[in-house]
Write a protein that binds this ligand. Structure first.
Ligand code: DLZ
Length: 184
């Protein structure tokens, strides 16, 4: 470990990922949208790189990070209910509504001068983990918890210096495909 060959971040997956049959949900915040939007774009670019069809990517927004787990849970559950209704009714009219195979929650929390950051970060992190475990659908944690705006911009690939940083959204997109394929 360490030295010149140290690989910071996540390595490419060891097996070829084919996301062409997957349906992915992205829920993102409107808080800090100038940083969140490139992260969402990075996630979508990675999903498409791994074969997910653009029409099978659903993007929804919520006000802030605190709302991410609740919204993700409702949208995942809704998609699962549509599927069981289809199975019961055998209805060809609604058979295009299929459950999501994975979700990505995207947001950016930036520390302020009060305890707000700590409470929201804690609730959001645990909430997102819980949604994944309770619905059985992998939910990728795409929330940056940064001390400064500059840190967040670096992690969205829009840093102000010569080094623009790395867009972590791309890692979240590949994680979603990889985790979704574990269940197929
Ligand atoms: C209130 C608040 C604050 C102070 N900071 C952020 C932030 O940095 N990022 C974010 O996504 N949301 C923030 N919010 C909003 C809360 O997440 C939430 O939307 C509100 O408290 C309403 O429930």
């Amino acid at each position: 470990m360490g030295g010149d060959d140290f690989h910071k971040g996540v390595k490419e997956p060891s097996t070829k990922l084919d996301g062409s049959a997957l349906r992915i949900l992205i829920v993102h915040t409107r808080w800090n949208s100038e940083i969140v939007d490139p992260l969402v774009e990075g996630s979508i670019a990675a999903l498409i790189k791994y074969g997910v069809k653009r029409e099978n990517i659903t993007v929804r927004d919520v006000p802030g990070a605190f709302e991410l787990p609740g919204a993700a849970q409702r949208l995942i559950r809704q998609s699962q209910q549509h599927q069981s209704q289809n199975l019961i009714l055998g209805s060809p009219q609604v058979s295009h509504i299929l459950p999501f195979d994975a979700a990505i929650c995207v947001g950016v929390l930036i520390k302020g001068s009060t305890m707000h950051f700590e409470y929201i970060a804690d609730a959001t992190t645990h909430g997102i983990m819980k949604v994944g475990l309770e619905t059985g659908v992998p939910v990728v944690f795409g929330v940056l918890t940064c001390l400064t705006e500059e840190q967040a911009m670096q992690r969205a690939g829009i840093g102000k210096g010569e080094d623009k940083g790395h867009n972590h959204g791309t890692d979240w997109g590949s994680a979603a495909v990889e985790m979704a394929l574990l269940g197929l």
